[in-house]
Ligand binder design. Sequence first.
Ligand SMILES: [Zn+2]
Ligand SMILES: [Zn+2]
Length: 438
Amino acid sequence: MEKHIQLEYFVPHEKEGHYLTLPFQMPENIAEFSLSYHYQKDQVEPIQVENGTFLSSRQINILDLGLVGPNGEQVGASGSDKSAFTLSALEATPGYTPTLLTAGEWQIIVGAYKIAPEGVSVLYDLTFTAKSPLHLRGDIHTHTHASDGVLSASELAVHALRHGLDFLAITDHNQIAKSDQLPRIAGITLIPGVEWTHYQGHANFLGTDQPYDEPFFTNTPEDARSRFVSARERGALIIINHPFGEGCEFQFDLNQLTFDCMEIWNGPMRESNLRAVGLWQSLLASGKKIPAVGGSDYHRDNLFQILGGPCMGVYALSRSREDILSALRAGHSYITFAPQGPQVEISAGDAIMGDSVNWQPGTYLSISAQGLKNGDILRAVTAQDSTDVFQATSDGKVTLEIPIAAPGFMRIEIHRTFLPGIPPLPALISNPIYFDSD
Ligand SMILES: [Zn+2]
Ligand SMILES: [Zn+2]
């Protein structure tokens, strides 16, 4: 959805040589902003010459352009060279910095370099493109050569792009990948992060350059807790990693820690992941609302580890790191075994996965699954039951409506036989929709 406005601004001759500003309101939830401006630049005068008319052109007005954001920061300046620019959180016309389009008062810089004696009227055309939900895929648990991986951050980002991923978090052990060290590569959103790695457990802190001031190490549970508190205060998305990881089980008391998500699927599906799914299921059944996430924990390519295996599918309002992290925090996401894995959407009224709605008799869950392979089993999981609701008899997609018998939650799993003779394993696990009782 696009919204256009026009602002007319008159610059009198006396303002020549001054910098002026013209305020405007950036609405909420804008994905992209464009501006163009028009004014009379030249005065054209016909002059009669011997065999015709000569049109003499003389520049009488020169207006410079720039933009100031809501906190007074310069977003860009393009002199009189460009008559338009476009801006989003990830991309911008050269001369402008990719910037979050925060709602509030922004200002157009009106540089009155040269103004005709009669003054000049400038017309600014502003276009606001609203955010709309996007389906994106990304890996939120990866290592570079800054810890025990083998690729640089840039190499990893290019690798992720080639695998069809839209976003990538870099989570080296106790080594923070800060925003200004991350590469900027068109088509992929890089998210700063760190895997806080302790002998008693690992946790990912995403989206913050400085989740804590102290060194990573601590020898008391109280100090460990303070790292989590500080990270939360600074806006990090906190993920409890591989609770049953081989040799790196999470041994701190979860009830004593502030966290946002639980990594129930780390690298290839195996016993430790199935136990993590079981832990998450028991927390959900006890009434907790904890978004599940998965990540490849990629270090290098080998037989069992691929980038994006598994990866997150998220329903985010834009490709900005802030909107991707919000979607993960809200559980607007599912985990799929690979970048080319299946996709699922679930809804109940306006609610999507991760949301809560009030349960009433007659409540249904709508499911749409695509990228299914012949033999795939779609399973609906509640606190009480795990029910196979569909089995694919060919490759394709399906839509279903499942009645919700009682308050609680419902989430979806897709199970697939990956190799003949080996029992089916999860190919996808969605976050639930929660059905609250009044
Ligand atoms: Zn780890
Ligand atoms: Zn790791």
